[in-house]
Every structure is written in structure tokens, then in C-alpha cells.
Design a binder for this molecule. Structure first.
Ligand SMILES: C[S@@+](CC[C@H](N)C(=O)[O-])C[C@H]1O[C@@H](n2cnc3c(N)ncnc32)[C@H](O)[C@@H]1O
Length: 206
């Protein structure tokens, strides 16, 4: 699965105004558990810059804005970005900015302390996930928290948890790539046998 970015972005823009109703609800306990763990593990310092990739309607970015110095949300879907901007304005959050950016080219030139991403990397096939993680490492964060669909064992093909649009990697593959680019994986949270949160930190980072 390697859907053109424009098609994927359009698909998300079409559902952007209903996205939070579905994902913030009790209908999605696995998604919500994953999001909660990403927020907890991000744990930014008061002056940290947090970059949220595949930010969508800004769920993670806006939850971290109160603890961080500045949050930057990047996404490929204009409709989702608009939702995030409007939520920030409605909540009076002034240290958050949202704009276009892709995993492999987030279009942010400033220093980044913490990178987070929740339920978005699975849209890339494995080779592009590797390129995305390399691009994230190049930004120089001291921590990267990844919540996503990921296989802890061998998934039963008769019981897929997710359908169209999800290209989950194995936990082993993700840990290997994170390690290859210089992170140490300091926590592995299994939310479900097809969903988890990985915390990767810089060796010798402060
Ligand atoms: C399932 S939503 C998750 C949104 C948000 N992180 C959350 O937890 O609610 C996936 C998001 O990833 C974005 N996305 C997909 N591929 C992307 C890419 N290559 N670069 C940046 N964002 C991407 C989509 O536009 C969508 O907003």
C-alpha cells in the first residue's frame, strides 16, 4: 500500500470536521489509550519545542501545549490543519502553530527537542517509514515518541484490527530502525498486539 499523498490528504480533509467526534469518543478505546501514553511519555520541559508529525486535528500537540514552550504540528491534509488551528484559537492556545509538512520533510527549520507522532506513520510503507525516522533523527530531538499500529507478534490475517490505509510495521523493524539512527529505545508499551508506543531517546542526551 503506497497511496499518493494528495489522495490520502484529500481523504482526511473530507472527514476532518467529524474526526474528533469519532476519535475522542469511547468508541475508540485502543486509540485513546495509545494517545494517552504518547502524551505521558512526551513529557516536555517548559522550554521545549515539540514537533507533532501527522498531527491531524492537533490532539497530541494541543494536549502538550500547556507543558511545552512551543508546539509545532505538521500534516499533509489542509482540512485537518484547519481543524487544529481552529481548536487552538478556540482554546486560547498561543504557543502552537500548524502547517503543511510531511514525515520525510516536516518543513520546520527551528530546533526541535521532542518529536511525537500518533497513529500516522502507518500510512507509509516500511521503506518510507525508515526514511521518515532518519529525517526525524536529523532534526536532533532528545526524544521521539511513536504511537501507532505495530505488530507485537504474527497478526492473524483472519482478524485484522485495521483495514484500508494501515500498513503496520513489526515492533522489531521499528526498534531496529530507531537504533540504527542513534536512538536508544527506552520504553515499549503494548496497548494491543497490533498497537503500541515506542519511546526513543538520544544516547548521552540531557
Ligand atoms: C489517523 S490520523 C491521526 C491524527 C493525530 N495524530 C491523532 O492522533 O489524532 C493520521 C494523520 O496523518 C496524516 N498523514 C498521513 N500521511 C502523512 C505524511 N506522510 N506526513 C504527514 N502527515 C501524514 C493524515 O493527514 C492524518 O491527519
Amino acid at each position: 500500500m503506497d497511496e499518493p499523498l494528495e489522495d490520502l490528504a484529500d481523504r482526511f480533509s473530507q472527514i476532518a470536521d467529524q474526526y474528533d467526534d469519532k476519535h475522542g469518543s469511547k468508541e475508540k478505546p485502543i486509540y485513546n489509550a495509545c494517545a494517552t501514553l504518547v502524551i505521558e511519555h512526551a513529557d516536555p520541559r517548559p522550554d521545549d519545542v515539540v514537533l507533532d508529525l501527522g498531527t491531524g486535528t492537533g490532539l497530541i500537540a494541543l494536549a502538550l501545549a500547556g507543558d511545552a514552550g512551543h508546539v509545532v504540528g505538521r500534516d499533509i491534509s489542509d482540512g485537518m490543519i484547519e481543524q487544529a488551528r481552529s481548536k487552538a484559537a478556540d482554546s486560547g492556545i498561543e504557543n502552537a502553530e500548524f502547517g503543511y509538512g510531511e514525515f520525510r520533510n516536516p518543513q520546520y527549520d527551528g530546533d526541535v527537542d521532542v518529536v511525537v507522532s500518533n497513529f500516522a506513520l502507518h500510512h507509509l510503507p516500511d521503506e518510507k517509514k525508515r526514511e521518515a525516522i532518519e529525517a526525524i533523527a536529523d532534526l536532533g530531538p532528545h526524544r521521539f515518541v511513536l504511537g501507532d499500529a505495530m505488530f507485537f507478534g504474527s497478526p492473524d490475517p483472519e482478524e485484522p484490527l485495521f483495514g484500508h490505509g494501515v500498513d503496520a510495521a513489526t515492533v522489531g523493524m521499528l526498534v531496529d530502525v530507531l537504533t540504527d539512527v542513534g536512538f536508544v529505545v527506552t520504553a515499549v508499551e503494548r496497548v494491543h498486539d497490533q498497537v503500541g508506543v515506542l519511546v526513543a531517546e538520544r544516547v548521552g542526551g540531557d
